[in-house]
Design a protein around this ligand. Structure first.
Ligand code: GAL
Length: 677
């Protein structure tokens, strides 16, 4: 896996020199330096400045901005500007524009209005990226490149003519013959059979709006491949013309295999972290994680790049003029979110943005500085964080300590977007598991599972959770079998193992090829209907635990232990949750959707390290550990606006101040403590 290689923890900021009078730059850079920043990211939306007219290149403004940064010892990361095609591009070449599923073109006026598959757009992108790469390759201040900006942000579906044409070619390459394509998409159903390649399109508006699901799954794979090819186009140019500067891009958005992209094209992965969304997104579930949910996002980022960069760390209240309305971070939250990123493996953090824009769509998306540019609470908080980070530089490159992984899988997540009998269950079960792990102080990794995953990848973990593994091939099931036989533990939920890679169902009892491993088949299943009694199960301390959403009746096929049975409805008395000792390991199968109580209770029997020998921690506090050269660096993060009492059972050193601590310690609201032995 590709990772960021920094020499110390570093901070920086996103800066838009083109938004400000040039007389301000010097003062801006001087204050960045005072704040201890090392990096400035710029240029990613400035195409119309770099190329105001077709073929006329103009680097003066950014040359001066970069040169001035050099005077202040700041390093520059340049963005290629292809997320914002200028008006001259779209006027002259309307074929570059993306379209809605109805085929209506997007227009100039916001950003991300183009499509990766337009040959014209690829050509125009190559030209600007080549010119920029040649121009800045020898500039010692420019250390690296960000390709485009947030690939697949704003929209992650593409329906322009160029996309339909490219999809046709993609499908030809994948299936070779129409017979194969018809087979894979099951087109015999509803007479959808294709008899000529010209009949093949991306999904279009249908009556009702329900296109063929196997086709819809391939559409997502195609979008990911298109985005990959577009990033590759730019990466190849940058590698050729700017071989001494690193390359990355910032994410993370849908319909893109970020793992493959990073492994094959980039030097490391960068993420844009906006935990404040967690405070405004509707979450009616029990004990919502709010901004702490971003710890899971950061775990996914870590599964792409174990040490990564944050290219946009939220640093103020948020909002476009018309949407994405968010509150101001409370005192302490900017510090908390910075440490949240670091605790999960970030070694470089750039705040978004230096100063709030005074014009355009993002006038309410606040940077560190306000419009008035006078010292404010947020700048002061970041100044204090920066001083602390200096003391923690040594943890750079350290690795996250973990014993359990929650499995992610692109095929299942893309298939699940369109499948109401497993897609919505995955996020419910994942939330339940992530909460259970968070509130019990058990650190968790994300593990991206695919056909290249090896036994070695799985064996790094004592326990794997794969909540609703709908698509599971014979080979994948065999790999899980070996993992468990050698001592691993794996947990599956309902709707596992019933689909092949096209998204069609096997003519087998569920859970298909997983049957031997889990020791059951599914005798029958049902969706919980609204307004009807919710089935319940008896499990351990719970006499009556709700088994919401979906219920499977399990039929024992091997010597399995029944851990829970249904207690009401016509399901009463039937097994719902089983444990199967298999080789040296154990598998668990639950014929339902996990909830917090069930995940918490199962967690208790998995015997994972929850560090209770060293600490007694309230639920509100997250524990994360980074390890380097025999030393654990323990991050304790308080997400609550109330003080929290923690109890430290061994003596530790507080890493920032060097103070020895033990026994009772009080964490202030949103406070963070970093401990070392
Ligand atoms: C990010 C994007 C930035 C800015 C920010 C706030 O997604 O990369 O350019 O738009 O959100 O909206």
């Amino acid at each position: 896996m590709k990772k960021l290689n920094e020499e110390s923890l570093t901070l920086g900021v996103c800066y838009y020199p083109e938004h400000w009078p040039e007389e301000m730059w010097e003062d801006d850079y001087a204050r960045m330096k005072e704040l201890g920043f090392s990096y400035v990211r710029m240029g990613e939306f400035a195409w119309s400045i770099f190329e105001p007219e077709e073929g006329k290149f103009c680097f003066d403004l950014f040359d001066r901005a970069v040169a001035k940064a050099q005077v202040f010892g700041l390093k520059v990361i340049l963005g290629t500007p292809t997320a914002t095609a200028p008006a001259w591009v779209t006027k002259k070449y309307p074929d570059v524009l993306n379209a809605t599923q109805d085929g209506i073109s997007y227009q100039h006026g916001a950003r991300c209005h183009t499509t990766y598959n337009s040959e014209t757009y690829r050509e125009l992108s190559s030209i600007i990226v080549t010119e920029m790469a040649k121009h800045y390759s020898d500039n010692p201040t420019v250390v690296g490149w960000q390709i485009d900006n947030e690939i697949n942000c704003e929209t992650n579906v593409f329906y322009a003519d160029a996309d339909h044409a490219a999809f046709r070619e993609w499908a030809k390459k994948k299936y070779q013959t129409l017979a194969n394509l018809n087979q894979a998409w099951g087109t015999v159903f509803w007479s959808q059979t294709y008899t000529n390649w010209e009949q093949v399109y991306l999904t279009r508006k249908t009556v009702p709006n329900s296109p063929n699901p196997h086709h819809a799954l391939d559409e997502k794979r195609f979008i990911s491949d298109s985005a990959f090819a577009y990033v590759k186009l730019q990466a190849d140019i940058l590698r050729e013309h700017a071989p001494n500067q690193w390359i990355t891009t910032n994410g993370m958005f849908g319909h893109l295999d970020n793992h493959k992209m990073t492994d094959e094209l980039l030097d490391f992965y960068a993420y844009d972290s906006y935990p404040n969304f967690g405070r405004v997104i509707e979450d009616s579930s029990e004990k919502p994680l709010r901004d702490r949910k971003w710890s899971w996002n950061l775990s996914v980022v870590r599964s792409i790049s174990p040490n990564f960069a944050i290219f946009e760390q939220q640093s103020g209240p948020g909002g476009w003029v018309n949407r994405l309305d968010q509150p101001s971070p409370k005192p302490g939250q900017l510090r908390l979110w910075t440490y949240q990123s670091i605790a999960h493996g970030a070694d470089m953090i750039l705040y978004f943005r230096w100063r709030t824009a005074t014009k355009g769509t993002e006038i309410y998306w606040h940077g560190i500085n306000d419009y008035h540019n006078q010292p404010n609470r947020r700048v002061k908080e970041i100044e204090a964080v920066s001083k602390e980070i200096k003391q923690l530089g040594k943890i750079v490159g350290s690795t996250y300590q973990v014993e359990i992984a929650y499995i992610t899988n692109y095929d299942n997540s893309w298939d699940g977007e369109f499948d109401i009998w497993h897609g919505p269950f995955e996020s419910k079960s994942r939330n339940a598991w992530i909460k259970a792990l968070q509130y019990n102080h058990v650190p968790v990794d994300a593990l991206n599972f695919n056909n290249e995953t090896t036994l070695e990848d799985l064996s790094k973990y004592k326990v794997l959770v794969y909540s609703h593994a709908a698509i599971v091939t014979k080979q994948q099931a065999a790999l899980f079998e070996v993992y468990v036989r050698q001592g691993g533990k794996v947990i599956f939920g309902c709707r596992s193992g019933y689909k092949d890679e096209t998204g069609q169902t096997y003519m087998k009892a569920l859970p298909g090829y997983l049957t031997d491993l889990v020791g059951i088949t599914v005798e029958e299943f049902t969706r919980v209907a609204p307004f009807e009694q919710v089935p319940r199960i008896k499990f351990r301390e719970f006499d009556e635990l709700e088994a919401n959403d979906f219920n499977e009746v399990l039929q024992l096929q091997a010597d399995v232990e029944v851990l829970a049975t249904y207690t009401n409805t016509y399901l009463k008395g039937n097994p719902a949750l089983v444990k199967h000792n298999y080789g040296k390991g154990t598998s668990y199968y639950f014929g339902g959707v996990f909830n917090l109580d069930l995940a918490t209770s199962l967690l208790a029997e998995l015997q994972l390290n929850n560090y209770h020998d060293q600490f007694s921690l309230p639920e509100e506090v997250e524990l994360s550990i980074r390890h380097k050269e025999g030393k654990d660096y323990i991050f304790l993060l308080n997400y609550s606006e109330l003080p929290q009492e923690i109890f430290v059972k061994e003596e530790f050193t507080e890493a920032v101040t060097g103070t020895r601590i033990m026994n009772k310690v009080s964490l202030k609201p949103f406070d963070v403590l970093v401990l070392e032995p």
